[in-house]
Design a protein around this ligand. Structure first.
Ligand SMILES: C[S@@+](CC[C@H](N)C(=O)[O-])C[C@H]1O[C@@H](n2cnc3c(N)ncnc32)[C@H](O)[C@@H]1O
Length: 221
């Protein structure tokens, strides 16, 4: 499924919605068009990027239903915002944004990398992760992590690495992602000119992935 359509299908009704790093503004348009929120904040650190969303959502902005803000992360979003979306940024950048502002009541994050770091951060803040899975749009794999700021429990090391939902019900996309990662690692490890600590890191990563794939084949989960 198309990445933006998939993200939109996971958004839920709220009074106030914020799309942080909105760029084109398609997700806020989906929320407003479908009457899923009363007010949508669209924010971006780049004035040029935000301009695209402002053009798309001009009617809603003039009606006072959409509020554009040029800002870093959540700086321009009210703390009581009901649902915050941050998609298309790195997991470390999402962690930085949350550390410098607040943990939204409800959130959906779609990190482009470093999902494990984001999961660890959210769990340490006591957040409850309700959806935590991988999907493919046919060209790349994406992780979705959504939930709420309170009610979190313990996560295992494997869950931090792979995502809880992926372990409970591994999808074809998830299996394909890790089979392809394992193949890349195997071919990389065939090289001779690699420092020993780097080789050890990659070997341990490969072992972890192969162990998981074996468990899935044996349906251990
Ligand atoms: C790859 S685009 C993703 C756009 C959209 N969210 C999506 O998922 O299709 C990343 C956007 O995030 C914005 N951005 C990057 N860092 C940001 C930050 N710290 N605060 C706000 N916006 C940021 C960029 O300017 C860019 O428009």
């Amino acid at each position: 499924m198309d990445r933006i359509a998939k993200i939109c299908s996971l958004l839920s009704e709220t009074e106030t919605f914020a799309d942080v790093g909105c760029d084109h503004g398609y997700m806020a348009e989906y929320m407003l068009k479908n009457c899923l929120c009363r007010t949508a904040y669209i924010t971006d650190i780049s004035e040029k990027c935000l301009k695209k969303a402002e053009t798309l959502l001009d009617g809603y902005i003039r009606a006072g239903k959409c509020i554009p803000v040029v800002c870093d992360g959540l700086a321009g979003v009210p703390k009581d915002c009901g649902f915050v979306l941050i998609a298309g940024m790195g997991g470390e950048e999402i962690v930085r944004i949350l550390s410098e502002s607040f943990l939204p009541k409800k959130f959906l994050f779609q990190p482009m990398k470093n999902s494990e770091k984001l999961r660890r951060y959210l769990a340490a803040r006591g957040a409850k992760l309700e959806r935590d899975f991988t999907f493919s749009d046919g060209t790349a794999f994406y992780d979705v992590i959504s939930g709420q700021s309170e009610g979190g429990g313990a996560y295992t090391e494997e869950e931090f690495f792979f995502g809880r939902e992926n372990l409970r019900s591994p999808s074809a996309d998830f299996i394909e992602k890790w089979e392809s990662e394992a193949a890349k690692l195997r071919s990389y490890l065939e090289r001779d000119n690699m420092a020993a600590p780097h080789r050890e890191d990659l070997t341990s990563r490969l072992t972890r992935i192969e162990t998981l794939l074996d468990k899935i084949r044996l349906s251990v989960f």
